[in-house]
Design a binder for this molecule. Structure first.
Ligand code: COA
Length: 388
């Protein structure tokens, strides 16, 4: 297997993008990634695109050839990957394997979602399709409600407090206020989070990621080609992908995300590192409770101690393991199919030292973790400034 490097990244401003259609958003991100890689579009040999539900949100299926067409990639192979919120992380994983195997030398990977054309109740019904349709969403369970159940159970088992959930939102909004591409660039306080309207008890509006439009793209190539295009390649050191049961009731303990545990252990082993070696991480904080559980299941702290980890500031920029310097899904926004790729854009910028006011000083090793639904899918990637 060949080593793989990221040599170009691009993303749109995230938010309510009524000025652009699905295809325009992707073209903007893709063109920026090509420019960043100093590369002509003819050099790209294949496109891998993550998209959750363009059919439901904008009435467009078969998006891979559409996006390839509008990016003028001509007759190159174009693949769409759907894994709910992990769609573009899974697309990235397949693209890595395609380059590592020698099938392609240079590929573009991206993700896009245009969600604000439907109402919030309609969007909630679309998200619910990422859970078990017969055993969960049919009976009225929604994604915020599923994470609310998980939060309640975490409170009972480990004594985690609503204030600790709110601190995740405070941190991620603070980081988002330093990110010009974030949907929300305002700060919040614990009191403001706890007094925002309840979405599903104990989760408030400010515990939830928002409904977002946006796109992100990256260019991958074999490591031996990378220096032809850039002085600052970022190498893929390891990855892991795993699945879990769709329905929460089939899990032995809903406070542990089994796919996250498995995927991260594979990724650490492949990269030859331990959790303590991660300098910066972009994690899937679709709801504040998710970020707290991820600290635990990724091995950043002991099980049950995630609430203390946020309370003690360990995941702040400048802390032991800074998490979500971009603002995360909470503040940067969560255009479902684009979020995995946007995490990679952020980690590449961090490792190149190009993250501006939200830069984690001296970051050498970065992680992205993306999950679909209630973590029935999880993809973890580990990146480094130096090859393995
Ligand atoms: N965080 C912060 N602010 C938010 C927000 C959020 N999650 N959601 C909406 N807002 C803001 C809006 O920007 C708007 O601000 P403005 O008045 O200054 O323009 C205001 O709140 C009202 O927005 P509105 O669109 O009416 O909110 P809503 O009630 O329709 O939607 C939620 C709020 C929480 C229901 C929606 O954000 C949501 O569904 N989030 C969960 C998404 C989800 O489940 N994703 C899948 C995860 S895996």
């Amino acid at each position: 297997m060949r080593d793989v490097a990221v040599i170009g990244v691009g993303m749109t401003k995230f938010g309510e993008r009524w000025d652009k259609q699905l295809r325009d958003l992707f073209v903007e991100a893709g063109n920026e990634a090509l420019k960043d890689a100093n590369m002509g579009r003819d050099e790209v040999q294949a496109l891998f695109v993550g998209n959750f539900s363009a059919g439901s949100f904008v009435g467009q299926e078969h998006v891979a050839p559409l996006l390839s067409d509008y990016l003028s990639l001509k007759s190159k192979p174009a693949f769409r990957v759907e894994s709910a919120c992990a769609s573009s992380a899974m697309a990235f994983n397949l693209a890595c394997m395609a380059v590592a195997s020698g099938t392609y030398d240079i590929v573009m990977v991206g993700g896009v979602e245009k969600m604000t054309d439907v109402s919030a109740p309609e969007a909630t019904s679309v998200y619910a399709k990422a859970m078990d349709a017969e055993w969960e969403s049919f009976f009225g369970l929604t994604l915020p409600a599923a994470f609310a159940l998980i939060a309640r159970r975490h409170f009972v088992q480990y004594g985690t407090k609503p204030e600790q959930l709110a601190m995740v939102s405070v941190k991620n909004h603070r980081n988002g206020s330093k990110n010009p591409l974030a949907q929300f660039q305002f700060e919040v306080t614990v009191e403001r989070v706890l007094s925002s309207p309840i979405v599903s008890d104990p989760l408030h509006v400010l515990d939830c990621s928002p409904v977002t439009d946006g796109a992100a793209a990256v260019i991958l190539c074999s490591a031996e080609l990378a220096r032809k295009y850039t002085d600052t390649p970022v190498y893929v050191l390891g990855f892991g992908v795993a699945s879990d049961s769709m329905a929460l009731h089939d899990r032995p303990d809903i406070t542990t995300l089994g796919a996250v545990v498995k995927a991260s252990r594979q990724a650490y082993r492949m990269a030859g590192i331990e959790p303590k070696d991660v300098d910066v991480a972009e994690l899937h904080d679709s709801f504040t409770i998710a970020e707290i559980i991820l600290y635990e299941d990724l091995g950043f702290c002991e099980k049950g101690k995630g609430g203390m980890m946020i309370q003690e500031g360990e995941t702040e920029i400048g802390g032991r393991i800074p998490v979500n310097p971009s603002g995360g899904l909470k503040a940067r926004g969560h255009p479902v199919g684009a979020s995995g790729a946007a995490q990679i854009v952020e980690i590449v910028k961090q490792l190149r030292g190009e993250a501006g006011r939200r830069q984690v000083p001296g970051a050498e090793i970065g992680m992205t973790q993306s999950m679909g639904g209630t973590a029935s899918t999880c993809a973890v990637h580990i990146f480094g400034r130096r090859k393995r």
